[in-house]
Each structure stands twice: as C-alpha cells, then as structure tokens.
Design a binder for this molecule. Structure first.
Ligand code: SF4
Length: 344
C-alpha cells in the first residue's frame, strides 16, 4: 500500500526536529505557526528560545506582548505572533481538540487545525500544505491548479492516509515534499512511491502542478532619519493593527513622486514628530525585501538639541543604542543600525 511504503521510508529518513520529540498540542501549534512561510533551519532556534521562555500556554498568556514579540523578532509575518498571543490569552491553558473549535482561533486555518489534530491528538486528518499538495498533484498526474483539482488531491490524500498513524503520515509527506519531491527538483528513482506516481512517468515531473508566474516585486522609496538627542536616539512603536505591528522603528516614510529624499525626510519627520530637522546628514542607502515588495531606504541622521516641540501620537522612546537590544525591531531597522555602526 502507498501509505505503508511512505511510512517505511519515513521511519528511516525522517528529519530530527525539536517539535517532533513531543505530541504536546501547544508545542505542535507553535511550531506549525512558526513554520508558515519560513524555512525549518530558521525556525529551530526561534522555537527553542520560545519554549524556554514560554513552556506552556499559561506562561505565554501571562507574558507581556512586547516581551513575546522580542522572541519573534526577525521571523517575519508578525501577525502570526499577535494571533498566537491573543489565542493563548483566550484559552484556559488548553488547546481545543476539535476542528470546529480550533478553526475559530485567530491565526489557525484549515491546514494548521488538521495538522495539530493529526500530530498531537492522533485524529484522522490530513493538513494539506504546499508540500503535501505538490506531492498529491504529482501522484495523480494533475497539472492545472483549480479548486476542483485541489479538492481531488485533498480527498485522495485522506483516502490513502494510514488511519493508525495520521501524524506520521502527514509528516512523511511533508518530508518527502521537502527532500525528494521539491518544487524545483525531484529524485524519483529513490522515491518510495514512484510506482504510484503518474507524474514520474512523464519526461518532466516538475511540470506537475503548473507553476504560477511570479509577479514583479515593486520597490518603495523611503526616507528615514536616526534622530539623536543627548546620545539617545528616537524610536517609535508601530501601531499594533498595522504591518510589523508592535515593532520599534526609526521615524520616516515614503518619498512622494517628484520629491527629493532630503525634502521627504524633513517632511516625514515633521509630520510624525513635529520636530523640524534642518540639513539632516545623508548616510547612504539601505535595501530590504519583504514578501510582496522591496524597500530602498535613504538613511539620514540628525542631532537635535531642542526637542521641546516633540509631539508623537504613537508610543516612542529615547534610548541608547544598547537599549535597542531589549526592543523588537524590524529587520530593515537592524540593517540601518548596522550601517550606522559601520560608519563610526
Ligand atoms: S516519484 Fe518523483 S514526482 Fe512522484 S512523488 Fe516521488 S519524487 Fe515526486
């Protein structure tokens, strides 16, 4: 049977990962959320640090959000962190055991709910992520991505699942999809399910399923100023409901069409802080890429003696450079800081 061949392969080839040493639903949940859009190697140190600080739901629920966010700093997609914390606070120390209850929790979609149920609660569910979906499309020899075909793949995987080991079945497909059956590389000869796979009989299994053409990524031009006052620098906290919510950053904003970077930074700083900065010093350009856009940051610095006009709507702080270590900053701000330190 296909699932037995798959599980036989998995028993000898499974990746040793910290969240695989447990069936604790809380730990499976955190690992699954961290793994969304993020590579396994990146997640491991975050997961380990997280579990030291927040070993269970109660510890997480009690923790201050700024402290929780510091543990997520650099992992990206910060709404995941916000949702995890909100969910922990809403629970009575225990993650629900049914699909209908799990799916109602912030940040838990169908895939995550089913994967938690299969791995932690041994329920007969298949959480279909991109890896499982790809393997399913190839097994069935389907090219076209459509709702109909996605459902066919889901039903097919549910039918072939080894019902006595639902967690292992999910994880075996995850491992196959991230090793032998990747999006841009396949190794069909050693694959344990090659005899069941329609795509492998084709000259190029990579054509299954067809890939979406990626859209060009736009670039935003931004001007940012590191403002010093008595050896302290100004950081502002992003509103919680916005992208990168809760993180601390240097003030600045978008350069409008036809505007010079210097004019933009003076205008932005005034709009955000009511401070007038004359002749800020241009330091250079810092670039960063998010998932859907890139930013080109024109970085300035300015020493401000008189800050009596300062007025800021958001949370803000004057901090030493060392003090920034206790705050969660977006990666782009770390790059700016590194840039500044290199100039010293
Ligand atoms: S036989 Fe090849 S294409 Fe099919 S599942 Fe295995 S690695 Fe993927």
């Amino acid at each position: 049977m296909i699932s037995q061949r798959l599980l036989g392969w998995y028993s000898h080839n499974k990746r040793i990962l910290p969240w695989r040493e447990t069936k604790n639903p809380y730990k499976i949940w955190i690992s699954e959320i961290m793994l969304q859009q993020t590579q396994v190697a990146t997640v491991i140190p975050y997961y380990e640090r997280w579990m030291k600080s927040f070993p269970n739901i109660e510890a997480l629920a009690k923790a201050d959000y700024d402290y929780v966010l510091k543990h997520w700093e650099g992992l990206g997609y910060y709404s995941r962190c916000k949702n995890i914390h909100a969910t922990a606070k809403s629970l009575n120390g225990k993650l629900p055991e049914t699909f209908n209850e799990l799916i109602k929790l912030p940040g838990i979609g169908e895939y995550t709910a089913k994967t938690i149920l299969a791995i932690a609660y041994n329920k007969k569910e298949v959480g279909v992520d991109t890896n499982l979906e790809r393997v399913g499309f190839r097994l069935l020899g389907l090219k076209k991505k459509s709702k109909f075909n996605n459902n066919r793949v889901k039903k097919f995987l549910e039918n072939i699942q080894d019902k006595s080991k639902p967690g292992d079945f999910n994880q075996a497909l995850m491992d196959l999809g991230s090793s032998l059956c990747q999006a841009k590389a396949v190794e069909c000869i050693p694959c344990p399910i090659v005899d069941d796979c329609k795509a492998s009989t084709n000259d190029n299994p990579l054509e299954y399923p067809e890939m979406k053409k990626s859209k060009p990524i736009p670039t935003l031009n931004i001007a940012v100023c590191i403002i010093f006052h008595n050896d302290k620098l100004l950081v502002m906290q992003r509103p919680k409901h916005k992208m990168l919510g809760g993180l601390w950053e240097f003030p600045g904003g978008k350069i409008e069409k036809g505007e010079s970077k210097q004019a933009a930074v003076i205008r932005e700083i005034f709009e955000e802080t009511c401070l007038i900065i004359n002749n800020p010093k241009y330091l250079g350009e810092v670039r960063h890429q998010y998932s859907h856009f890139k930013v080109k940051i024109s970085l300035f610095q300015h020493h401000k003696k008189d800050i009596s006009s300062l007025k800021i709507k958001e949370n803000y702080l004057w901090t030493s450079i060392e003090g920034l270590n206790s705050l969660a900053l977006p990666k782009a701000n770390h790059k700016m800081l590194d840039f500044l330190k290199k100039l010293d």
